[in-house]
Every structure is written in C-alpha cells, then in structure tokens.
Design a binder for this molecule. Structure first.
Ligand SMILES: Cc1ncc(COP(=O)(O)O)c(C=O)c1O
Length: 358
C-alpha cells in the first residue's frame, strides 16, 4: 500500500514556519559570531560551552549513518527516544480527533505521551504468549488511527515480535508504524532500520540509553524516510541535544568494542540470572527475553518486591500491568549485583517457609 504522508500530517504542522536558529541563516565562512546572544567572553568551565550546539547534530548523524548503512537525512537525534515519541504525536495526531494504537503490555510512555497530547488510545493486547495479534489490531484501527506502536524486543515482556506480522501490518496500515527498538542491541534479531526505504510509513526508534550505557546523556534516535525526518526537524526545539551529550556520543563511537563487550557480558549474565531464578520455588514462569531484563511470574510479586526493597534492592514490580499479574522485571546487573539479588531471593524462600511453619 502506498501511504501519502502529507495526508497524515496535522494541518498546523504543514502550515508551520519553523524556528530559524541564528546560525542557519548565513552561508559561507565566518569568524566572529555576534548573532545568537551567547556569552562572547566564554564560560566558567574550560570547555567551549558558551556556544549553542549543532542543532542538527551532523557529526553524530554521520557516524550513525555509516554504522547503519543509511543516509544522514534518514536520522533524527533526540533528547532521548522519549522526545521522538512525543514529536510523533505533535506531528501526526490531532487532539480530540485522531487516535493511536498500542499493544499492551508495553512501554508506558506511549500512553503518557498520548494523554499529554490529548489523543485517544486504542488497544489490541498481545496474545498470551506476548505475540502480536494482527487480527485484533486490524479490528481496532480506524481511519483516524495515525500511529501504531510496536515495541520489539518488548518492554516489559522482553520478547521480540514476529517480523512478518510487523511487515504485514506495515503493508496494510495507512498510518505510521513506530517500531521501538530500544533493546535491539541485546537481540540477535535484525533491526527494522533496513526497512525504512521499503516502507514509507515505518519509523524505527533506538536509544543510546541501554546497550550503549549512556542513559544519563539523554540521546535517542529515530530512523525513517527523509520526508518524515524533515518533519521531526521542523517541530523539534532548535537545540534539542546539548553540546556535552553530542561530544560524549562521538567519543563513545571511538570505543565501540567496549559497548560490544558490555552487550556480550550482559547477555551472558542474563543466562546466568535466568538459570538461578528458575531454581526458586516461588518463580512460576520466566518469559523468553531478547533484552537486558527478565520478566518472571511469581506467586506473590508484592511481597517479594517489598522484601527486596528491605534488602535495598529495587526491581520493577509489574504485577498491576495488564497480563503481567504476579510479575517482576529484573534488569540484568553486574555479576556481583546479580549474586546479591539471587542471595536475597533465596532468603525470601527461607523466610516464607519459616512463616508457613509457624
Ligand atoms: C521501550 C522503550 N523505549 C524507549 C525508552 C526510552 O528511552 P530513552 O532513554 O532514549 O528516552 C525506554 C526506556 O526505558 C524503553 O523501555
């Protein structure tokens, strides 16, 4: 199906004259910059932070483009991928008219962003095995459904969703399919980035917050055809990624082997943690995971969660999330953190048995 992107964009965004940042308005070479009301005398720090950062993050885009074998104009760099999520709403969704579709249980920010932007949320839950349910999705979407959020590997379940099911939806859906790949680097599955030229309506999200170990910098990515990226650039705040974050990401690219090593270590620890969790009698199910976390069903999530808090270990209690009753989500820690976690969980077993025998 050929999607007409212009039909999906909000009218006010089509009409929008974007903010023109000071440095965009000249061509040629300049030596003295008195155009942006920066502090010409410098900064109290040794670095050159008195200048605004590159609004379009060209150096990062060049690195990311080479890494993914795509063009720089097919990349948006945001203040975390959460910024890209919010921008998708602002570009495509007309409050009180349009709607979006999510497939629970999934990442909570899709709903929060929809609520902030006053956009109706439609739902087509995953199946019991946490797979996509394309028939349910087709039944729920209507002519005002602008965005379909698919998270793969999915948070909080950890599994990757079926590629053919996703591409089948992209073929038939007249809105934008957002494929959130925040955890893709922990998975052996292929990214959908290579599909952005085959499907005009696919937007892929990735982040530097997970495998890259740079959550504190707040840098995320969106990949899509150049027409969609142009819309992101039109709507985003002019200087959305700080100088310090841009420089740090560039530096991280110089140390990719370290990133690859961390990913391998996390995957190996993931196996270890799964093995140990499986031995606990109050863990009734461990869901397959391609991410840096494990979702486990337990007999009493609230009691275990509180027990771990008392042990000064915080995990994510997902028991109140649709289809996740009894579930706790464990981020993979370092070997010693995982050991402490397992030791504490073993204490919970002993404690529970002691209480039972009283
Ligand atoms: C599925 C998913 N997408 C996006 C994000 C947010 O990433 P960022 O730190 O890039 O905003 C998260 C964070 O937990 C996530 O789980």
């Amino acid at each position: 199906m050929s999607v007409n992107l212009q039909n999906l964009v909000r009218e006010n965004i089509k009409r929008l004259t974007p903010y023109s940042s000071a440095r965009k308005e000249f061509t040629g070479v300049a030596e003295i910059f008195l155009d942006a009301n920066e502090n010409s005398f410098g900064s109290p720090l040794s670095e050159n932070f008195h200048r605004y950062p590159d609004p379009l993050q060209s150096e990062i885009k060049e690195k990311v483009a080479n890494w993914n074998n795509i063009e720089a104009n097919e990349i948006f760099v945001g203040n975390g991928s959460d910024e890209a999520i919010d921008l998708l709403f602002r570009i495509f969704c007309e409050p009180k008219k349009d709607n979006i579709l999510i497939c629970p249980p999934t990442y909570g920010m899709y709903k929060v962003s929809a609520d902030i932007n006053n956009i109706e949320i439609k739902k087509a839950s995953l199946t019991e095995d946490f797979e996509l349910n394309p028939d349910a999705i087709k039944n729920v979407i209507d002519e005002n459904t602008k965005l379909l959020f698919i998270c793969s590997p999915n948070n909080p379940t950890g599994n990757s969703l079926d590629k053919n099911a996703i591409l089948g939806l992209a073929e038939n859906f007249e809105g934008i399919i957002v494929i959130d790949e925040a955890y893709i680097h922990f998975s052996e599955k292929k990214s959908f980035v290579s599909e952005i030229n085959n499907y005009k309506n696919i937007v892929v999200l990735q982040t530097f917050s997970k495998a890259w170990g740079l959550a504190g910098l707040r840098v995320g990515l969106a990949f899509a055809n150049a027409e969609i990226i142009e819309l992101f650039n039109k709507v985003k705040p002019p200087y959305n990624v700080s100088e310090i974050a841009q420089n740090a990401v560039l530096k991280a690219f110089e140390n990719k082997p370290k990133v690859e090593k961390m990913i391998a270590d996390i995957i190996s620890e993931r196996e270890n943690l799964i093995e140990n969790l499986a031995k606990l009698d109050f863990v009734t199910k461990i869901y397959p995971t391609d991410a840096n976390f494990v979702l486990a069903k337990t007999t009493d999530a609230n009691a275990i969660y509180q027990f771990l808090v008392d042990e000064k270990i915080i995990v994510r209690n997902r028991t109140n999330v649709e289809m996740c009753q009894g579930c706790l989500r464990f981020t993979i820690g370092t070997p010693s953190e995982n050991k402490e976690l397992i030791n504490s969980l073993r204490k919970f077993t002993t404690e529970a048995q002691r209480k039972q025998s009283l």
